[in-house]
Design a protein around this ligand. Structure first.
Ligand code: FSX
Ligand code: SF4
Ligand code: F3S
Length: 391
């Protein structure tokens, strides 16, 4: 998340409105105006919104009313919650807990037993039709769902009860989105995603775990515009899952030039060459990992930057299903007409190498949505994104 505060403001009036909202948030959260302005600008960028949207986001976040959130946990490792709340730097955690009112979360709430059940039922009654239901983990469907029970109720029963009066249902993580790891292999409990369990589409934020900014940006969109962002056919927000990892990968120039690491630790691996031949699933995985630093650790904090192939953790049928080191299907990716020479002689810089370096620098800087869209357009092998529909 590295944008310059105030860089996208389009008028003095916009600046005034944002500064007024920032003052409110500064008092409430202890977050500096600069940090808040940066958050609004980068969230607008992540969502692919027009310049000036920072101000609308700032006003929505600064409002005192926060949506009530009921957060259910089923078959999972709690990594989704951990990745959001175990932040190195407190800003992300503070922001998430400030923009929502987390009324029920089994692993975070102080209440237990009957008190916890009461908190859930009270929140559902008090915010009927208005609360956001977030589900983490897969739902076991086999034998009437007896393999996962909380408070004496099966996961499927509580899920249906909570979903009935929710304003929106968000499945967070791959387990809740499509079954994830619990559904891989023999799947002895018939673990399924929330949409399948409820028999209706829900918004999904896959990833194991997903980038917390994708969750935060989705909630901020809901707060700002009163509706969910545009989704693909699998319920994934297009701003985050509209493109494959491979399109904006910082190693893409090496892929195009045919430079591959063949073994972990070999010369190509040490030089940061493409990991395709080590099984990278970036060419068949829809996610924004290559353009949005994970959590608040920042840029370079994603599998490929760390030297490990993408395992396709967001993608059903790839993550936890396809062998980790099996090479990916290229989904229509064709070789480019010419190869950029990424290793130029000192003092000689070709247009091709400048373009390649610009693409890498753009991705590494968490490139703006507009820039990445344009870069994608100029790539002849860009596959069609999944069809869009309004959430
Ligand atoms: Fe774990 Fe979440 Fe993976 Fe699943 O993340 S990080 S197993 S997607 O539901 O807790
Ligand atoms: Fe990056 Fe993987 Fe694509 Fe290589 S195959 S460019 S490492 S996403
Ligand atoms: Fe997952 Fe691949 Fe991103 S493994 S975190 S989708 S780079």
């Amino acid at each position: 998340m590295s944008s310059t505060p105030f860089e996208t403001f389009d008028s003095d009036e916009t600046v005034d409105r944002l500064q007024a909202s920032a003052a409110v948030v500064e008092r409430r959260l202890g977050l500096s105006r600069r940090e808040f302005a940066q958050f609004c600008a980068t969230t607008a960028t992540t969502l692919g919104l027009a310049a000036g949207s920072d101000s609308a986001i700032a006003q929505a976040v600064a409002k005192a009313q926060r949506p009530s959130v009921i957060w259910l946990h089923y078959q999972e490792c709690t990594g989704c919650s951990e990745s959001m709340l175990r932040a190195e730097h407190p800003t992300l955690e503070k922001l998430i807990l400030d923009v929502i009112s987390l009324d029920y979360h089994e692993t975070l709430m102080a209440a237990a037993g009957h008190q916890a059940e009461k908190a859930r039922l009270d929140a559902m009654a008090a915010h009927k039709g208005k609360y956001v239901l977030v589900v983490e983990g897969a739902i076991p469907l086999k034998d009437n769902g007896i393999y996962c029970k909380v408070g004496g109720h099966t996961a499927i029963d509580t899920l249906k009860q909570c979903a009935a009066d929710a304003a929106a249902v968000i499945a967070i993580g791959s387990c809740a989105s499509w079954g994830g790891m619990p559904s891989s292999g023999p799947n002895p409990t018939d673990a399924a995603g929330v949409g399948k369990a409820l028999g209706k589409p829900v918004l999904t934020i896959p990833g194991c775990p997903p980038n917390p900014y994708n969750f935060l940006a989705t909630v901020v969109h809901f707060l700002t515009f009163g509706k969910l962002p545009a989704l693909d056919a699998l319920g994934r927000p297009l701003f985050a899952y509209g493109r494959i990892v491979h399109e904006h990968c910082e190693r893409r120039a090496h892929f195009d030039a045919g430079r591959f690491a063949m073994e972990f630790g070999d010369e190509g691996h040490r030089k940061g060459w493409c990991l395709y031949k080590l099984g990278c699933k970036g060419p068949e995985t829809y996610a924004n990992c290559s353009t949005l630093g994970f959590g608040d650790v920042g840029e370079s904090s994603w599998p490929v930057a760390c030297g490990h192939p993408c395992i396709g953790c967001t993608e059903q049928g790839i993550g936890f299903t396809k062998p980790i080191h099996m090479t990916a299907s290229l989904r229509g990716t064709m070789p480019p007409a010419s190869y950029p020479n990424v290793v130029e002689q000192q003092g000689q810089t070709s247009f091709a190498s400048m373009a390649a370096l610009a693409a890498i620098a753009g991705a590494a800087a968490g490139a703006t949505a507009m820039l990445t869209r344009n870069l994608g357009r100029s790539t002849p092998d860009t596959p069609e994104p999944p069809p869009a529909k309004e959430g």
